[in-house]
Design a protein around this ligand. Sequence first.
Ligand code: ADP
Ligand code: MG
Length: 714
Amino acid sequence: MPLTLSSPVSAMRAVGEARAAALASLGIVNVRDLLRHYPRGYQFRGDVRCAAEAARLVRSGTDAPVSLCLTVSSEPSLRTIRRGMSILRFRAFDESGVCEITYFNQNYLKNTFHTGGEFRFYGRVSAEGKTLKMTSPVWEPCVPGRALPAIVPVYPLAAGLKQKFLAGLIRDALDAVAGQLEETLPTDVLRERSLCALPYAIRNIHAPEDADALGRARRRLLFEELFEFGLALSTAAAARAVPAPAMENTDVAPLLGALPYELTGAQKRSIAEIAADLASGRRMNRILTGDVGSGKTVVAAAAAWIAVHNGYQAAIMAPTEILAAQHYESLLPLLGAHGIGVLLLTGSAAAAQKRKVHEAIAGGIGADVVIGTHALLSESVSFSRLGLVIEDEQHRFGVMQRAALAEKSGDAHLLVMSATPIPRTLSLLAYGGLSISRLDEMPPGRQAVDTYVVGEAYRERLNAFILRQTEAGHQVYVVCPAVEEEKKDASSDDPEELTDPMFSDAQEDRPPLKAAVEHAAALAAAFPSLRVGFVHGKMKPAEKERVMREFTEGTVQILVSTTVIEVGVNVPNATLMIVENAERFGLAQLHQLRGRVGRGEAKSYCVLVSDAKGEAARQRLEVIRRLRDGYAIAEEDLRLRGPGDFLGAEGAVRQHGALPTVFSAAAEDADLLTAAFGTARALLEADPELRAPEHAVLREAVAEARRRTANTCN
Ligand code: ADP
Ligand code: MG
């Protein structure tokens, strides 16, 4: 029977039960899946060097893989050095020099390499004295009249699959069925966005004619993936209307009237959006985003107010006990003054105290608003009439956890608060189908924090500055990226697995890390009259809390810390934020760290210490120095890093399985993303359910994308 796109892979030559199972573990069940299994990188084997040139490269210290076209000049010698370990060795040459080639445990290759045979070898080269050497290089026979491919794909593998086998299988599939692929994108979209057709894209993502063709293929497939992803998220959001308590009494005037300030326009708008959701009878699924200091707390208070005045309880959850306590301290005066019962439930409270709180929550007496960590939604806490869950995720949450949260809150309305500004382009991707309220306007009178980028040479002046600030009665944060240097990624030594960093940035320069432990000790020694506190991620919570409390109370003047979340506290007396190895932090993190100062009356400063020389690092730090607005910084960040890195790294957003597979760090991907989501929106306006016959293939693809991202859309 001829092979079709929907034939199972087991219908292909050389795919037995074991390999079919291995392929299935990669999500490859039929031939279509095989064609959609994109390479994770490419080897540029077409750039063939001569032996002499390779020797020069080695001596200059590069260890990038190279291609050599060599003729075998000696019959291979096969030696068994011990049981289970054999060595095959031979020499090969070109007009400029000789290379010694070694393979381990591949005895059968003795029948492949014979004197006079010509091969292209690809791998890392080393030199011992005058002898050039390659160990286990990838080899391909040179056949007269047939060009070897210049660009060779490298695929994600699973146990039981070899690179060469999978590549061959995909080539077979291409030859057999690529012509049967049906276009998924509407013709006018292809035309408007100048995208290549699907069969061309699929062929060139696997077997690129040249770098340009690969670029075109990649652009088209990335667009398609983003487009379908955008459609999947939008249609999933629309389909998800869960009944929930209708809270029709939405009068918050008594709460707002008692505030010592006027709300910003953004705050008023957000409260109105939330009130409308709460009254709708359908479950609210909303995220409130706003920079640090934009005034999210009072918006949360208004939401809780509405729940309480409709006879429901509200639960407010924070990622740490410190932050939960802080919410308690700011909400108690706002709500308690109006006779609303506000309770704090912490894990560290005494058992008797906890029991009392549990009873109050279950009885619904004096427990209108309950604040705590995520333990609040654990089984041991039962609410008598929970109507609203507010989740302050700070920087910790991802779409997956939100789904779990929605699960646990039953039919209660859900409001997520996030201090991570996300560019508009990415909000759909980042927040799944949540509705969004944005606090993009700061309360008036917020002072600017002066920001400096300095190098190690500035250390002495920096210490003098610390002294001046503390002598004036102020406090100082010092943040280091890690307690110790982290381990380097183990890189693969299998040459079939080596990839050229085609679409990713070159490795950034990395100055030595300032070890937080030693730095804290050095500061303590440098300032004998001051108390230096130290908190790090691996510390026991109780001890961490103690140091944090001492800093909050002012008995500790300098706080050294390794992670961002520990400084998620409000200490208005702190006026100086120093970030060591600033090049190691993401822009969102740096911005968040800077937001820790400038909270009181006194002039505040942020000093970013970095000796990174690389252009990329310099540019990023310059963005923080120049910009204050979190959304503007996020846009720049996206532009500099591209959406793959922006979303994937350092927790701006943690997205699992939902990130498109051909997503990369290329900056121009951001524009593609905007285009894809924009096109998706326009299409849905014209054909909300993709019912038009010309959208049939697309509808199928979107349904599939929805299944793939189901976990992130709930
Ligand atoms: P965040 O968004 O970081 O949670 P907060 O809710 O903690 O911000 O607000 C930061 C500070 O700004 C608080 O001291 C709060 O009382 C104050 N604030 C909030 N809204 C306004 C406003 N409209 N005008 C003036 N001050 C405000
Ligand atoms: Mg807050």
